[in-house]
Design a protein around this ligand. Structure first.
Ligand code: 5AD
Ligand code: SF4
Length: 463
């Protein structure tokens, strides 16, 4: 290939981050070197997200910004990911900057497609979508982290939530055989990774295509038992597939982290029905209560959409009351964004933009207060942190607890990739900070203190 260097920029979810690492691995295997800025690159790739309109429009802004550089340096520009899949050829018409558009099912062909454009000139869109039985296996993944590795177990989604574009951009569910997944995890453990994040658009609907025929709980258990692996997380599960068997595995397997991300989207049964989420508030609450019954005190995070068509003030209040009831450790919250091809496009009673914005603000303010209360309880506690890197703040190190709390702290050198004990001395809504200690002074289960107790149900659930 003519290109010697590449730069890759990623928008969107962890699945996209892993796809970028796979793209980087594929190019690296063909002798290209990854660089840190577009100005040094012969090939610039943008890995895109189309889950909301705002993310999608960023792609065109970014392409526009690359125009001058492309003219000066004659670099090649490629677009990957969900917007590439969704737009195909149209992307080449809409932007003169993109030379190559590679759909989500064509990622493994990236180096060949780059070479084709280099050799033949012109521009190319390759978004052919086949529902092949297995997601592609990519040998070389050029990973960003030396600590936590992402591992695909399935791709695509067979659900049809009415707001979601993913079934169109990622296709139907394709599962990876459990032996391949375990081989990869063993290899990662040998390379020194101690945390694994299992990924899939609908991770807990995993259905092993190998003769083992495992379901997700069994796979999770097997991954958690690989020697050297100290922490396992997974994302994103669908509440309807959160079986009691899975809850038991989470509770009984120490290497599975004390954290579950469980997207609820809304606290109103009426909205959940219109979203076709397949569960109601009661069902969701029962599963969460089962999760929280464990003495492990599992931390819970979620995704919430506000302003879905037809969402009344009362529906929104139902979402707020669910937040009070559960006391989420973290909430990813979004204004509803109409997406091409999705069934919700046909729904009447759209919520005005200002009302959506006001609801989002109200929800985020409430969540901030909940997080402050939860984080306050860590003061004086000693927590175990897996150190992921140097802190971007005034503290020296940054890492996460098993509950996925970000902890910034001061400590000796050489802690990268190691477990450290940190005494918590301060907190904000999104992180804790403190001082590394040579050994845990006191490791208490986080129990509610009278002082920080607001009056709501979730304290009872948390015990
Ligand atoms: N509008 C707003 N948010 C959306 N999400 C998915 N589709 C939309 C949309 N059309 C959110 C959901 C999902 C998360 C990944 O993105 O909350 O769980
Ligand atoms: Fe989208 Fe629903 Fe599938 Fe999640 S489960 S990817 S929200 S369609």
């Amino acid at each position: 290939m003519k290109a010697k260097t590449f730069y890759i920029e990623t928008f969107g979810c962890q699945m996209n981050e892993l796809d970028s690492e796979k793209a980087a691995g594929l190019l690296h295997a063909r002798g290209l070197c990854k660089v840190a800025s577009p100005a040094e690159a012969d090939l610039v790739l943008i890995n895109t997200c189309s889950v909301r309109e705002k993310a999608e429009s960023k792609v065109y802004t970014r392409l526009g910004e690359l125009k001058r550089l492309k003219k000066e340096r004659g670099l090649l520009v490629g677009v990957l990911g969900c917007v590439a899949q969704q737009m195909g050829e149209e992307m080449l018409e809409r932007s003169s900057v993109a030379d190559l558009v590679v759909g989500t099912h064509r990622l493994h062909q990236l180096p060949d497609l780059v070479q084709q454009v280099e050799e033949e000139g012109g521009r190319l869109a390759q978004t052919f979508f086949d529902d092949a039985p297995a997601p592609m296996e990519i040998e070389h993944v050029l990973r960003e982290s030396r600590v936590r590795a992402y591992v695909t177990i399935m791709e695509g989604c067979d659900k049809s939530c009415t707001f979601c574009i993913v079934p169109f951009t990622r296709g139907r569910e394709r599962n990876r055989p459990s032996d391949r997944i375990l081989d990869e995890v063993h290899r990662l453990a040998d390379e020194g990774y101690c945390e694994i994040l299992l990924l899939g658009q609908n991770v807990n609907s995993y259905a092993d295509p190998s003769p083992c025929g495992w379901k997700f709980p069994r796979l999770l258990q097997a991954v958690a038992q690989v020697p050297g692996i100290r922490r396992v997380r997974f994302t994103s599960p669908h509440p309807i597939d959160l079986s009691f068997e899975l809850i038991d595995v989470i509770n009984d397997t120490p290497t599975v982290c004390d954290q579950v991300h469980l997207p609820v989207q809304s606290g109103s049964d009426r909205v959940l029905r219109r979203m076709k989420r397949l569960y109601n508030r009661q069902f969701y609450l029962e599963r969460v209560r089962a999760l929280k019954r464990s003495p492990r005190n599992i931390a819970l995070s979620t995704d919430i959409i506000v302003g879905f068509p037809g969402e009344t003030r009362q529906d929104f209040r139902d979402t707020l009351s669910l937040m009070d009831e559960l006391g989420y450790d973290f909430v990813f919250s979004f204004k509803y964004s109409a997406r091409p091809r999705t069934p919700a496009l046909k729904l009447k009673d759209g919520v005005p933009e200002e009302e959506k914005a006001a609801r989002l603000l109200e929800l985020q303010e409430k969540q901030k207060q909940i997080q402050l209360l939860l984080n306050q309880r860590y003061l004086g506690q000693t927590v175990e942190v897996l150190v992921e890197g140097e802190a971007k703040t005034r503290w020296r190190w940054s890492g996460r607890t098993s509950k996925n709390k970000i902890v910034n702290f001061d400590g000796p050198g050489g802690l990268m990739g190691r477990f450290a004990w940190v005494r918590i001395e301060g907190f904000g809504p999104n992180s804790l900070h403190g001082m590394g200690v040579s050994e845990p002074i006191e490791i208490k289960e986080l129990v509610t203190t009278e002082r920080s107790a607001p009056r709501s149900d979730w304290l009872q659930i948390r015990r």
